[in-house]
Design a protein around this ligand. Sequence first.
Ligand code: CMC
Length: 393
Amino acid sequence: TGAVTFDPGFMNTAPTTSAITFIDGEAGILRHRGYPIEQLAEHSSYLEVAFLLIYGELPTKGQLDQFVHSIEQRTLLDENLKRVFIALPRDAAPMAVLQAGVSALSTFYQDSLDPSDPEQVHISTLRLLAKMPTMAAYAHRVANGQPLMYPDNSLSLVQNFLRLMFAFPVEDFVADPVVVRALEQLFILHADHEQNCSATAVRLVGSAGADLFSSISAGVAALSGPAHGGANTRVMHMLDDLRKSGQDPRVFMEKVKSKDDSTRLMGFGHRVYKNYDPRAKFVKGIADTVLERLGIHDERLELAMKLEEIALRDEYFIERHLYPNIDFYTGIIYKAMGFPTHMFTVLFAIGRLPGWIAQWQEAINDPDTKIMRPRQIYTGEAERAYVPIEERT
Ligand code: CMC
């Protein structure tokens, strides 16, 4: 079997080649299929970026119209699948509810489970892109004991999602176009990030031949962790605690730097970026636009900017190349839009879905793909003889 390399956290292991996303962490560059993230966030729609990631090229107008239409017509859930949401406890974490919903897709849509059938893969892709926002909104509604409204397929996917989230009790809810565009941009900024923990989970489950829905549910599970997608809620809790306690940000930063304390500055640092996260730069601009449009003054934005200012000048952060990551400012925007904190990671999941699908499809179409089965370095006991229970001490 040859020598096994010890590589905890896969810091130096590339289990795949990929033609989807390019990151230069030293230079702070992120490109999808060659296109810089800034250009996509500026000019594209969420589903256009999804098409690009999954099929490799920007769509023509005709291709995009057809893709969008076939997704926007599939936003409804089977009535019995809706009941799954109602059956779950109200205080369940929305990410756990979302994961249950995504897993359940493989029980309700059994006609699109075969990874070796391109037509079935296509249908399951459309279904996921269409139904994930509906399920995300339902995860929010069950937590509030609110009715699960039907999607309105005359609306765009993002408008529909906002309506499903917020249209009750506000019956005549119409999403603000600035908010719609900002949310769309945030989804685009989250759309893929090469071999992150959740994409790796999706690839790993897919490598065993599991269907797309099951593989994506593993991605949702991985994303829920606080070191990954869960960080965006942690940033908000950190800012809320700081604001409530009135603690001087400088004192808090001393705690972050202290080796006797495990407190981290949430929303800072990244495994790959050792420079400013290009997505974080863009997010800051969106925060300004949305807060201004909605006439919201949020002290947490000032607090976050103060923490960033201190960090960027501090030896501890400079030495370790710690910069704001995408999660640092997103929560402030989501709050301004009306999303409760427990929904932040769910929004990340909607954004990341196209990347997960693209990577899963890339893997199943790659002749080099093998079942992902790493080795280990065994550190347990050498062989020993079984001891009968009455002789054990
Ligand atoms: N605050 C304080 N110190 C930090 C931080 C932070 N946010 N991040 C890293 N460090 C320190 C860490 O203590 C270590 O110091 P030392 O070498 O003295 O022990 C050094 O920097 C390297 O950190 P690491 O944990 O070995 O680096 P990693 O590549 O394993 O971790 C990370 C990356 C993102 C998990 C980590 O930076 C972190 O925990 N950040 C806060 C959580 C966060 O914002 N996560 C979102 C990541 S971006 C979105 C996503 O992908 O989901």
